[in-house]
Ligand binder design. Structure first.
Ligand SMILES: Cc1cc2nc3c(=O)[nH]c(=O)nc-3n(C[C@H](O)[C@H](O)[C@H](O)COP(=O)(O)OP(=O)(O)OC[C@H]3O[C@@H](n4cnc5c(N)ncnc54)[C@H](O)[C@@H]3O)c2cc1C
Ligand code: SF4
Length: 327
């Protein structure tokens, strides 16, 4: 599959990059590591006239611990750098653990945290070549007006399938977005729409510049569990992140977040409240596993059956909580 023709723009600053985005509107796509964008362009899912390569922008790369104990991570920081960071492994361990499960070492050397956060949602009817999609019929997410997964509906249910966002949600991460009027900062949990087609709240003239992890969630115990077909290189089909603070043998704060089973990464409803102040035993871990399974809404967007993926969310949640509590 060949790449469509495009013109490559290489800004040297965020302002220059935002200027290009503002000027060229919907005719431009942002490229970071390119590990998802380039295959998608080959499949003709995107055929932009311009590609904005962010890699020449100094300052968007790097992990910078802050004096208060929090950390700032540039959007162009590779997943490999995150996986290997001693600081993150010591203080925000669920993030490097999740990063280490993305794709393969080669792809983690190229892929960035910004690209992972902004990753397009996935569906068996969408992530296919143009010939395949023409043969089976286009759908709401691209060029069509029906959904093969939920026929009769008008919503796209493509699954958000990146590994690091659930870990970031558990750590109460915030992101910084640059646009024509300057910088804005928002909690990551407010970034996603829950729609499979228009999945993130990012204007065509904006780009993600930084990720912030607050001091308040430093040193939480973390665990990430992921279901995939090929252990060596595969998107998640269900993923569970857990971050937990323990004091005096009890949970003082904990969060559980899911990926790959909804059109957005999501925090499990009621999990924090259910665990707060309690000692974790099998029964409590099972209760939270049930809450997670209720939050997950897997459909036939991905390999393996929705029933199995939902069940694995329940099982992974229980195991991850017990591991985080006892470690
Ligand atoms: C075989 C294979 C297996 C994979 N397995 C996994 C997996 O297991 N888990 C997983 O999470 N991912 C997986 N991926 C997807 C991808 O490699 C990662 O998600 C990676 O982190 C994407 O980052 P990138 O920098 O390469 O993004 P790019 O491909 O450059 O961009 C991805 C998307 O984000 C947008 N974007 C990128 N940076 C920014 C920014 N700063 N601001 C605004 N928009 C931006 C791009 O326009 C594009 O839409 C896989 C890919 C392949 C090819
Ligand atoms: S969920 Fe439906 S509309 Fe969305 S990509 Fe899949 S088939 Fe298309």
């Amino acid at each position: 599959m060949s790449l469509p023709q495009f013109k490559l723009l290489r800004p040297r600053s965020v302002e220059e990059g935002v200027g290009h985005l503002a000027q060229l509107g919907g005719n431009i796509r942002i490229l970071a590591g390119g590990t998802d964008l380039i295959p998608s362009m080959r499949q003709k899912l995107f055929e932009p006239e311009y590609v904005l390569d962010l890699r020449g922008i100094a300052g968007l790369c790097g992990i910078r611990p802050q004096p208060d104990g929090g950390v700032e991570i540039g959007a162009l920081t590779t997943l490999r750098a995150i996986e290997r960071s001693d600081f993150l492994r010591r203080h925000f361990s669920v993030l490097p653990e999740a990063a280490s499960t993305v794709a393969s070492p080669v792809l983690r050397n190229m892929g960035t945290i910004g690209g992972n956060i902004c990753l397009d949602t996935r569906c068996l009817w969408y992530n296919q070549s143009l010939t395949w999609r023409k043969g089976c019929g286009f759908c709401i997410k691209k060029d069509g007006d029906l959904c093969h997964v939920a026929p009769g509906g008008s919503k796209c249910w493509a699954a958000f399938s990146a590994d690091t966002p659930p870990a970031l949600l558990c750590l109460n991460a915030e992101i910084e977005i640059a646009g024509p009027t300057g910088l804005r900062r928002l909690p990551l949990r407010d970034f996603y729409t829950g729609l499979g087609d228009n999945y993130r709240k990012l204007q065509p003239n904006e780009l993600v510049t930084r990720v912030f992890l607050p001091a308040a969630t430093a040193d939480y115990r973390g665990v990430y569990r992921k279901l995939r077909v090929r252990g060596s290189i595969d998107y998640p089909l269900a993923g569970v992140a857990v971050a937990m603070k323990r004091s005096n043998g009890h949970i003082s704060d904990a969060r559980v977040a899911l990926t790959a089973v909804n059109p957005a990464p999501v925090l499990v409803n009621g999990a924090s409240e259910t665990m707060a102040g309690r000692e974790l035993d099998e029964a409590l871990a099972e209760t939270v596993g049930d809450l997670a399974a209720r939050t997950a809404k897997p459909l036939t967007t991905s390999a393996l059956t929705p029933e199995y993926r939902r069940e694995m969310i329940r099982v992974f949640t229980k195991r991850a909580l017990l591991q985080a509590f006892t470690n």
